[in-house]
Design a protein around this ligand. Structure first.
Ligand code: NAD
Length: 692
């Protein structure tokens, strides 16, 4: 028997325990091990029924995702679960599957191969494969509709959400809920089944045939452009028209289309990427991190309020300082409104809201800042102001306190120079809305201590953010790249495209919103002010876009003023504005541009490839640790579609030679790393592997 599987007996009940920590994934050896255990118990004349259970904290939580990549790259033939499921199904002795923790994906499929399922109340079951661009591949789409009914099964397979044991019981996926010791009760349940005939495979129950079209429409909306949810619905529909065995074949076909298609590769890249970015050279289990028990925030504006919410949501009390009572009241009112919205949506109770609010001490003084373990500054973006604040908090903060700035463009080193402890100064760059967006860029200054970095990476986890370490340069990683993207979007408009045409092309391609609509949302005046501050850095002869600034000059700051690239109604619904076209024509004429027709492909390439080209510069300068760090920044902070993997993954998938050719056609300066890798026929991912 493999180490991954143990067999034992309790009287006349045979037990098979899966022990593949941490989550009992279906790694090579697990399915075969279970099948071997089954054979032993079936051959044992004393055994009347068999219990399959997970050791440790969960039943089988899913497939071993690494295996999928190996199959696609030809390194592995894959490990079909089908032989195991047939063995379970054909067992002459009833097989009872005992569930705790999570039975997801292949885990639920294995469970459904048994004759009965019992579960503890806290167990969860689901078919989340679509989250990595796949569908169930071991009869899940065929068995689930027979157990749970077509509608619930189609929903579970198409949207990937898991359900509770209680719901699974109600739906017929689970036969009994166990209150008490799972193994002991599962054994008792098994014993009760020995005298009964095994249940026959259930028939598809009647269902509303309109359900598939309804779910497809829903999936096209909630999972725009994604193929797996639609494939999952097709597979469940196949279960309703084909006999079981043929349905399984159809499922396999659809599964393989997903597995060998581009979206699952991108989604799997993003799945592992989120784990990869947590690995920072020099940090690790042995490096002690500082404890963050109390926090303080300077500035209760858009960002300060959201940052405060992040801390208190994690149970960390916050001292929140403002300069005027009015600003403080405004900031607290927004926090309260955000929480009240969550209560109204049923996310948590009024009591939880009150507890969270009670953790915030709004104030106009520096009281209690000397007790904080981290002080986060989120005041207006201006170097002089930030330096004043850091000089002040340097005087007040206790030794070992982390001094963090939420600046989006300014140098962390210069900010740190205002203090006598640059080793404690770091950038923690949240994204708006800070209480919602998952990205946290952690900006390392030249002197930032490695333990401060490690503490902030750990803090990101505590705050349920994805922390990505970046270097100190103007705009760091995300904004430095978005600057190129936004610039190209504006150029396209100056050269002939309408704003809505640029936005539609990128939205349809998969971005959460188009670049110009995004500018309107963030406030065009933010960039306008920054450009004014950095005017001295403009290089004569280098083309700069003028549209956004021109809109700001006319008071069109975006949504906040009801007008920017679009005009907005009272519900912030945008519509194209002829006045904007007049401004565009004026700017184009002034710049001597002959406007021309611009096609979708040019819009996509000029914006998206500008990200990859700048990303290559960022990599070579060491501002990002790896290409995947850039990808994760874009997936978690900029609405880049996960099924396209991020800007660097996307460039790799086009082929860097193709990317370089386009970059040259556009007359941009190609990043040296792009030239090098394109010349060598390699990808950013291959380069990263070698650098490692
Ligand atoms: P904001 O104007 O909404 O808020 C700034 C707040 O700081 C104001 O309420 C102001 O009263 C307060 N303030 C000014 N001086 C202060 C002082 N001495 N003590 C206490 N409070 C003081 O600005 P914001 O959008 O929240 O931006 C704050 C910082 O976050 C900036 O550095 C900005 O670049 C950065 N940032 C903004 C965004 C964004 O999308 N808004 C995203 C990431 C980072």
């Amino acid at each position: 028997m493999s180490e991954l599987i143990q067999i034992s007996k309790n009287g006349d009940i045979g037990i098979i325990t899966v022990n593949n920590p941490p989550v009992n994934a279906l790694s090579p050896g697990v399915p075969d091990g279970i099948a071997a255990g089954l054979a032993v118990h079936i051959a044992d004349p004393d055994v009347k029924a068999i219990v399959l259970i997970g050791g440790g904290r969960t039943f089988i939580a899913g497939a071993d995702i690494k295996e999928f990549g190996k199959v696609v790259s030809g390194q592995s033939k894959g490990h079909s679960l089908l032989p195991l499921m047939l063995a379970m199904e054909d067992s002459p002795k009833p097989v009872i599957v005992a569930l705790h923790g999570t039975a997801l994906g292949g885990g639920l499929e294995v469970a459904m191969g048994g004759h009965y399922r019992v579960a503890v109340p806290s167990a969860q079951v689901g078919q989340p494969e679509i989250k990595i661009g796949l569908i169930p591949g071991a009869a899940g789409t065929q068995r689930l509709p027979r157990l749970a009914g077509v509608e619930l099964a189609a929903q579970m397979c198409a949207f990937g959400e898991s359900i509770t044991a209680a719901k699974a019981h109600e739906a017929g996926i689970v036969d009994a809920i166990i209150d008490g010791d799972l193994l002991a009760c599962a054994v008792a349940f098994a014993r009760a089944q020995t005298a009964r005939p095994k249940p026959r495979e259930r028939e598809i129950q009647s269902f509303d045939p309109g359900i598939f079209e309804k779910l497809r429409a829903q999936a096209r909306k909630s999972h725009r452009n994604q193929t797996a949810p639609l494939a999952a619905i097709d597979a469940v529909e196949a279960a309703t028209v084909l006999p079981f065995a043929e349905g399984c074949l159809r499922e396999r076909e659809l599964f393989n289309e997903c597995l060998y298609g581009p979206q699952s590769k991108a989604l799997i890249h993003s799945f592992f990427g989120e784990r990869e970015v947590a690995k920072v050279p020099g940090t690790g289990k042995n490096l002690p991190v500082r404890e963050i028990k109390r926090a303080a925030v300077v500035g209760a504006g858009t960002m300060g309020g959201g940052i405060t919410m992040n801390f208190v949501n994690a149970g960390i009390p916050v001292r929140l300082r403002e300069t005027t009572q009015e600003a403080l009241d405004r900031g607290m009112a927004i926090i309260r409104k955000n929480y009240a919205n969550s209560v109204a949506k049923g996310r948590f109770s009024q009591e939880v809201m009150e507890q969270r609010l009670a953790l915030i001490t709004p104030q106009l003084t520096w009281d209690g800042f000397d007790e904080a373990d981290i002080i986060t500054e989120a005041v207006f973006e201006g170097m002089a102001l930030k330096k004043d604040i850091f000089a002040e908090i340097d005087r007040i903060a206790k030794p070992g306190c982390i001094l963090a700035s939420n600046t989006s463009t300014l140098s962390i080193d210069e900010i740190a120079s205002a203090t006598g402890r640059p080793q404690d100064v770091i950038g923690t760059h949240y994204f708006s809305p800070a209480n919602v967006m998952r990205l946290l860029e952690i900006v390392r200054g030249a002197a930032t201590g490695i333990d401060v970095i490690a503490t902030c990476m750990a803090l990101a986890k505590t705050l349920k953010k994805v922390g990505v370490l970046v270097g100190n340069c103007r705009g760091f990683v995300g904004n430095r790249m978005i600057h190129c993207y936004g610039r190209e979007a504006q150029f396209l408009v100056e050269e002939g495209a309408a704003p809505e045409q640029v936005d539609a092309a990128l939205y349809e391609w998969g971005m959460a919103m188009g670049p110009l609509a995004m500018g309107d949302l963030a406030g065009l005046d933010v960039g306008w002010r920054i450009r004014k501050e950095f005017k001295h850095l403009e290089v004569p002869g280098v083309r700069i876009p003028h549209i956004s600034d021109e809109l700001c000059e006319r008071g069109r700051y975006g949504q906040k003023t009801g007008a920017g690239y679009y005009k907005y109604d009272e519900n912030r619904k945008p519509s194209p504005d002829p006045a904007v076209m007049e401004i565009i024509l004026e700017v184009a004429a002034r710049a001597g541009l002959d406007r021309r027709e611009i096609f979708k492909q040019e819009i996509l390439d000029r914006t998206l490839l500008s990200l990859a080209n700048e990303g290559a510069n960022i990599l070579e300068e060491g501002i990002a640790l790896r290409p995947v760090d850039i990808d994760i920044i874009y997936l978690t902070g900029y609405g880049f579609p996960a099924y396209r993997g991020g800007p660097m993954f996307y460039a790799d998938s086009l082929g860097l030679n193709t990317v370089l050719k386009r970059v040259e056609e556009f007359g941009w300066e190609p990043a040296p790393l792009l030239i090098k890798l394109a010349g060598e026929g390699r990808t950013f991912a291959q380069w990263a592997n070698e650098v490692k």
